[in-house]
Design a protein around this ligand. Sequence first.
Ligand SMILES: [Zn+2]
Length: 123
Amino acid sequence: MSNDLPVWIQELVDEGRIDEAKAAKMAKLDSKKSKNKTEEELLEKYPHAVAGSHGFDEAANKFYMNVACQTDGCDELRRTYTSDLFQIRHCDDHRKEARKLRKEQERKEYEAFKREREDRDEG
Ligand SMILES: [Zn+2]
């Protein structure tokens, strides 16, 4: 198997600092993944993200963006890692509310589906 580890990571391995080497490798892979997308690309895919808020969190080694809460009348912004943009659309307060509404909606759809099927079976 070919070895494509960067020299500095290979050095950690050679010195027996395996845990450090693993962490460094994971961080590198992670940053590579999120670096693939520019802010423009992210905005195109996630219109609820806020233009100009793209940044890099050194501590977490991840990119982040702000998300504008999608609840009507709410101006809250929520900072989230770009890898979570697909699932974060609300501020903390409205996130729970949105989840509750979605569950209710799903339940209603299921009830309607069940009723329809029962009607059909009876008829
Ligand atoms: Zn909100």
